[in-house]
Design a protein around this ligand. Structure first.
Ligand SMILES: [Zn+2]
Length: 261
């Protein structure tokens, strides 16, 4: 490999040097992947950056599976108004997130990326992304913009993944700071997880209407401890399995969308 060719294992754009990126694009790396995360409460036992850190790791895994792809920095703060009753949660308005996505995508297109894949890892970003997509696409006709917008699919996928790894535990997935997200953090940042404080929260019905209602009315109206589901019984093993399987699912969705294009 020539000296300044991109390290095959290093996919994060911001960790590379500009000449390495120029070379990669020249050599056919035309896909950019990035996540829309959040910095918001995740119960009494997890740090605020769960969705942002999960996003970066998931984007790297998806980029690796897609091939010829680099990972742009995660948009770390998302639409989290429904968490503002909990200390520390940060939130941007939908129009702010849309403006950031638009400018991000146009920078990436400017450098020669032709396909942009966007992955939300925070519930409040899914519908905002789905709504802005037609406008993003209209503004950047030189790029194919693909997005994973199936929040319910993500939560159902977590449930079946946890159930596969630890039979009987899938029912503890509720979509927020639950056994799945706690397991993810045990895989990514075990030093920041207080498993001794992990507890059960409110178990929502896994339906679109129920998630939309919680996002509209706020987490504090249904879950005093900020958890949807049950955080107990998490493990790094379940976290690694859930991460890999979700990356497989998201990659399949992007590949199917690209084929249709
Ligand atoms: Zn989360």
């Amino acid at each position: 490999m020539p000296e300044d060719a991109p390290n095959r294992r290093e996919l994060e754009l911001e960790r590379l040097r500009s000449p390495e990126i120029a070379r990669a694009i020249e050599e056919g790396v035309h896909t950019a992947v990035f996540a829309l995360g959040a910095v918001e409460q995740h119960g009494p036992h997890l740090p605020l950056f769960v969705d942002a850190e999960h996003g970066t790791r998931l984007a790297v895994e998806v980029a690796r599976r897609l091939g010829n792809a680099l990972v742009a920095p995660t948009v770390r703060v998302g639409c989290s108004d429904h968490h503002l009753d909990f200390a520390g949660s940060l939130s941007v308005r939908p129009e702010t997130l849309e403006a950031v996505c638009r400018d991000y995508c146009s920078s990436l297109a400017h450098h020669g990326f032709r396909r942009i894949c966007i992955i939300p890892t925070h519930g409040g970003n899914f519908s905002v992304l789905a709504e802005m997509l037609p406008r993003l696409r209209a503004e950047l006709p030189s790029c194919t913009i693909l997005a994973f917008t199936d929040l319910l699919g993500l939560v159902r996928h977590w449930r079946s993944s946890i159930e596969r790894t630890r039979p009987g535990m899938g029912a503890r997935v509720g979509g927020h700071a639950d056994i799945a997200e706690t397991s993810l953090m045990l895989a990514l940042h075990p030093e920041l997880v207080r498993t001794d404080l992990a507890e059960a929260g409110y178990q929502p019905e896994l339906s679109r209407a129920s998630f939309e209602r919680i996002i509209r009315e706020g987490f504090s109206t249904v879950t005093p401890n900020g958890i949807l589901g049950d955080a107990r019984g998490a493990s790094a093993e379940m976290g690694n399995a859930a991460l890999g399987e979700l990356a497989d699912l998201v990659t399949r969705v992007f590949e199917a969308e690209a084929d249709r294009d």
